[in-house]
Write a new protein. Structure first.
Length: 374
């Protein structure tokens, strides 16, 4: 009897132990599940860490793109338009009027996050300036042209079209120093001339001849000396205004050889460059836009030849006010075998070819507040 009770007691203890064990396991399971999936659970924390890493990666990629854009011109400026292009790469529905406080929704491939612009970029939001091609446009119907500051010189817009590109010219006489044209000993070599010393051919004639032949090249070379990094090319007013291969056309005027008796008299191996009409297009535009200057004469890189029974004058054209003079002669040859060389000193107005993509960063185009280029 006692043994039977003892067995029943042992069986009871086993059942209670089992129940307790199950309860303990359930508690442990609940705790484990809570630790894994609760608000501060391991899985939740792991997911949060993954999300933060993914979000930080998007921010970092966008920041790197911004930095690359800022360093394209070795500066720190990035315009709102450029910033939007970068944000469009990572976020959906970026509007033009976004601010630093605007929250952006990432594209699905970059997760599901809302990120304020300020976490990506916290500088000033600047609108991109307009380009020179958009702003520097002469108004031929009104005969006006905007002012622009270029390389320390006040200039006016001369052309802005497909044929000529964007060209500006110094605003008036006296913006740059006057230029003296005449014979240059450095331009005369023994190979240029051959003559019999018994004949009356003077050094004066040789110098004058070479001076005339090189005059246009010299003026255009002087113009290029006033260029800075914003200019594609430069020339003197009155030379060819049209473009070839993105730059000004080279001087291709013909050659004037004179008469056989003239050549025989001087035994000269060289040839004079003939007159040309390069000046006509520039002068027409100068007059159209009232850009001809206030006083004095200005060199035009275009030749003029005058001849009669007594002499032949080889000249370079000059612009006086709104009209073109016949020209200032650098070399004169008369029928009596005499010759003269001359040296002229006149105003000089270089013309600059600019890229239409240069940005306008200030000014309103008036003479007191000219447009400023980047």
């Amino acid at each position: 009897m006692m043994e039977s009770k003892r067995k029943r007691k042992e069986r009871g203890i086993t059942l209670i132990a089992l129940v307790i064990t199950i309860i303990v396991l359930l508690i442990l399971a609940g705790v484990s599940i809570a630790m894994l999936t609760g608000q501060n659970g391991i899985l939740t924390q792991a997911q949060n860490a993954k999300n933060e890493t993914e979000k930080a990666s998007v921010i970092e990629q966008a920041r790197l793109d911004i930095l690359e854009k800022q360093t394209e011109k070795n500066g720190t400026t990035i315009y709102k338009e450029n910033l939007k292009d970068i944000l469009d790469k990572y976020f959906e529905g970026v509007t033009d009027d976004f601010t630093l406080d605007t929250k952006l929704q990432t594209k699905p491939e970059y997760g599901d996050y809302q990120i304020p612009v300020s976490e990506i970029y916290n500088g000033e939001l600047k609108d991109k300036p307009k380009t020179a091609g958009e702003v520097l446009v002469p108004n031929e119907s009104e005969g006006t042209s905007p002012y622009v500051q270029y390389n320390g010189m006040l200039c006016r817009v001369l052309y802005n079209d497909e044929t000529h590109g964007l060209q500006i010219v110094t605003a008036d006489n006296g913006v740059v120093p006057d230029v003296t044209l005449g014979y240059d000993d450095d331009k005369v070599t023994a190979n240029d001339f051959s003559y019999d010393g018994s004949l009356s051919l003077t050094e004066n004639f040789k110098k004058a001849a070479v001076s005339y032949n090189n005059a246009v090249d010299n003026l255009n070379e002087i113009a290029r000396g006033y260029m800075d990094e914003n200019a594609i090319d430069a020339r003197c007013l009155g030379s060819k205004a049209t473009l070839k291969d993105g730059k000004f056309e080279v001087d291709t005027s013909g050659m004037f050889t004179g008469t056989e008796s003239y050549l025989e008299t001087y035994k000269w191996n060289g040839k004079f460059k003939d007159e040309d009409t390069n000046y006509e297009e520039d002068v027409a535009q100068i007059i159209e836009l009232s850009l001809y200057g206030t006083s004095g004469y200005t060199w035009l890189a275009s030749r003029y030849v005058y001849s009669n029974s007594d002499n032949t004058s080889f000249c370079l054209r000059i612009l006086g006010g709104a009209s073109v003079g016949g020209g200032y002669h650098l070399c004169n040859v008369d029928s009596a075998k005499g010759s003269d060389s001359y040296s002229g000193d006149f105003s000089f107005r270089p013309v600059f070819l600019l890229s239409s993509d240069i940005l306008i960063i200030g000014g309103d185009g008036s003479s007191d507040n000219p447009y400023l280029i980047e």
